[in-house]
Design a protein around this ligand. Structure first.
Ligand code: NAD
Ligand code: UFG
Length: 336
């Protein structure tokens, strides 16, 4: 029996495949390569000695998905596939609703048809919206501030309704906080297209000389140094949370949302200082206006993951930054 990993050649998916291989789990990866390349799968083989079975297909393509379930014995699905750029989602909402919502419904229909009713879904802390105060707890009310966040919220609603309708479903929706870092081999990591939107890939491209200076969006927030605070989580810890979640599906029925964060907040300037210390590189920055839609502080209450998954973050900021730096300096142009 294999696990199906949708979006498995992407950033979080590729790290999760490595951790699944490490515990002896067979996997099938499906990805349309919209935001990744098969290079990551070759690198997985370099790290683990095993190459995942790869099917290039779109999760929205029902016939292709049915074909996949006909030709492979799938026990459960980890569903990463989707689009994730908040800004782009405001420009192209239909592609976000199509890929993230309609694509997930297609996947769920095919899973139901083949009686595969175990799923781990990639949700996001974005579902807490901008009204709750950190630490964010799973029981807090949810809302969305942009189409990307709306797609995560809509999929969570669909998953809760589905699990209520049929007790055979066992679903875990993992609400990731801010994944950063890379595998310690330096062979796989985050490989954004174009100019990065997120802090860590931007900082590391400044450190490596690809970009001139960081724009720090706001220094007048009510935080330790006025800059935005986030709960950064090492992607390898996040990958291990998926391994634990798959194990937990056996004992959990219904749909359960679980935060995956460290419970600690770090400011933009603290990240910059740590990056300078670890890389020895200069990181010039300019203070800019606040970025629309940003909030001051976001961090998780991380207790439920410990209770239900037996998981907690093990890697600290030093590892997150030094592993990001190793990946970026060994691969200044990503997988290209
Ligand atoms: P990623 O872009 O690196 O990986 C997503 C993968 O899905 C890519 O390989 C892409 O080619 C594939 N894909 C997209 N649409 C597809 C489709 N219709 N059919 C088949 N494949 C498709 O992103 P990531 O950072 O690894 O994120 C994985 C998941 O985690 C996403 O659902 C994302 O929304 C969620 N998430 C990410 C973050 C983050 O900061 N990285 C935070 C919270 C949640
Ligand atoms: N920031 C900068 N300069 C940059 C980029 C970011 O100062 O060039 C700041 C932001 O203002 C924020 C912090 O760095 O204070 C983190 O920003 P990111 O863009 O890295 O991350 P966000 O917390 O804004 O967003 C991330 C994911 C979203 C997800 C959200 C959930 O990118 O997909 O976490 O909380 F929805």
């Amino acid at each position: 029996m294999s696990l199906l990993i949708t979006g498995g050649s992407g950033y979080i998916g590729s790290h999760t495949v490595v951790e699944l291989f490490t515990v002896g789990q067979d996997v099938v990866v499906v990805d349309n390569l919209a935001n990744s390349s098969t290079k990551s799968l070759e690198r997985i083989e370099q790290i683990t000695g095993k190459k995942p079975i790869f099917i290039e297909a779109d999760i929205c393509d029902k016939a292709a998905m049915e074909n996949l379930f006909t030709s492979h014995d799938i026990s459960a699905v980890i569903h990463f596939a989707g689009l994730k750029a908040v800004g782009e989602s405001t420009q192209q909402p239909l592609s976000y609703y199509h890929n993230n919502v309609a694509g997930t419904v297609t996947l769920l229909e095919v899973m139901a048809k083949f009686n595969v009713k175990k799923l781990v879904f990639s949700s996001s802390a974005t579902v807490y919206g901008d009204k709750n105060e950190s630490p964010l707890v799973e029981t807090m009310p949810t809302s969305a501030t942009n189409p990307y966040g709306q797609t995560k919220l809509m999929v969570e609603s669909i998953l809760f309704d589905l699990a209520k309708s049929d007790p055979q479903w066992s679903i875990i929706s993992l609400r990731y906080f801010n994944p950063i870092g890379a595998h310690k081999s330096g062979l796989i990591g985050e490989n954004p297209n174009g100019i990065p939107n997120n802090l860590l890939p931007f900082v590391s491209q400044v450190a490596v000389g690809r970009l001139a200076a960081l724009n720090v969006f706001g220094d007048d927030y009510d935080t330790v140094d006025g800059t935005g605070v986030r709960d950064y989580i090492h992607v390898v810890d996040l990958a291990k949370a998926h391994v634990q979640a798959v194990n937990a599906l056996a004992d959990l029925s219904g749909c359960t949302a679980i935060n995956i964060g460290t419970g600690n907040g770090t400011s933009v300037l603290q990240i910059v200082d740590k990056f300078k210390e670890v890389s020895g590189a200069d990181i010039p920055f300019n203070i800019r206006e606040r970025r629309p839609g940003d909030i001051a502080t976001v961090f998780a209450e991380a207790k439920l993951a410990q209770q239900l998954l037996g998981w907690q973050a093990e890697l600290g900021l030093d590892e997150m930054i030094s592993d990001t730096w190793r990946w970026q300096s060994n691969n200044p142009n990503g997988f290209e």
